[in-house]
Unconditional design. Structure first.
Length: 335
């Protein structure tokens, strides 16, 4: 490896405490997915306005890397950047969609071998084929674009493949579905590192939803509600305004003047999950925000977020985040 290239990569990651993210660009990399990582992590700021991440693009060999578009990337960093990273992200390549079962290119395999143990590793879309081929997904839960489901299952039977989710997180090895779900995945990592408030600010700056949970369906039948039929937007707005109290399915359906059965079907079509699961998700997000940004007692936050009791909120946060409300506050409470 060229010592000058290695020096440049080391310099890019030196001199500050920012979390180091390396994006691995392969031949015919999807330019949209590559840019997601820079755009989302690049916007994350501390309360004092300091950048929280340093993002570097690297390749198995430094130099020009073709994209799926009509331009080429001049990538200065080689695989040495992977050895210095705390998070490695592998976007898709147009080559991934060709039906072939060849082993990893030796230079790519050698690059991945430089990743340190304990490094967080993530893929976007068909980048999960690379992680699986490298043996990084064996026995783990993973996903990819729904159109690649059959091919992935056939090629990697040792992976617990789930075709119906936006992203997965299996103990620091993460995968996402189509390109846009890479945004959700990056926001999830920021939320894990720095809490909901930081992730929500990044989402707001990018004009995207602050949180689509990983278990949400990949394929939403009606991404844009048909203007000729009733949507569920009025009901969702009403629910958020009344999150502090019990909200029933009957009340939600009444906001749209429809039956509970019709409302539930339309809700799943438009949002990709059930009304009950969506409500729980909103309550958790409300609780996270209050834990991070206020000194309210745990009992009061539980009531405000609609959980009713601190015990109920504790169970939901433990199930969703793996920590208690007090532990979450201790980790992410701002100054």
């Amino acid at each position: 490896m060229d010592n000058m290239c290695e020096d440049r990569a080391m310099a890019a990651f030196s001199g500050d405490a920012r979390h180091r993210v390396a994006v691995l660009a392969r031949d015919r990399v999807l330019s949209f997915e590559l840019s997601i990582v820079h755009r989302i992590f690049g916007q994350a700021r501390s309360a004092a306005g300091a950048a929280l991440y340093e993002v570097v693009t690297c390749a198995p060999e430094p130099g020009d890397v073709r994209t799926d578009a009509d331009f080429t990337l001049a990538v200065a960093h080689g695989p040495e950047a992977l050895a210095e990273a705390e998070t490695v992200v592998v976007p898709a390549s147009a080559d991934d969609f060709e039906p072939r079962n060849e082993p990893l290119d030796p230079s790519l395999a050698a690059a991945l071998a430089r990743i340190r143990p304990g490094t967080r590793i993530a893929s976007i879309c068909s980048g999960s084929f690379v992680l699986a081929a490298a043996g990084l997904l064996a026995g783990r839960r993973a996903t990819a674009h729904w159109r690649s489901s059959a091919r992935f299952r056939e090629r990697f039977p040792d992976v617990a493949f789930d075709p119906d989710v936006l992203y997965t997180d299996d103990d620091g090895v993460l995968t996402s579905a189509g390109g846009a779900s890479g945004i959700d995945l990056c926001l999830h990592m920021i939320r894990t590192d720095h809490g909901a408030a930081v992730a929500n600010e990044v989402a707001r700056g990018s004009v995207v939803p602050p949180h689509r949970e990983g278990g949400q369906a990949q394929y939403v039948k009606r991404p844009m509600p048909d203007p000729r039929t009733s949507s569920t937007g009025r009901a969702r707005r009403w629910a958020l305004e009344n999150l502090h109290r019990p909200v029933t399915l009957q009340e939600l359906a009444a906001q749209e003047s429809t039956s509970t059965r019709t409302f539930t079907r339309r809700f799943r079509d438009e949002i990709g999950t059930s009304p009950g699961r969506w409500l729980t998700q909103q309550r958790i997000e409300r609780a996270r925000t209050l834990l991070e940004r206020t000194d309210l007692p745990i009992d009061e936050i539980a009531v405000t977020a609609g959980f009713g009791t601190a015990g109920s909120m504790r169970l939901h946060l433990k199930d969703e985040l793996g920590v208690s409300p007090s532990a979450y506050r201790a980790t992410f409470r701002g100054p």
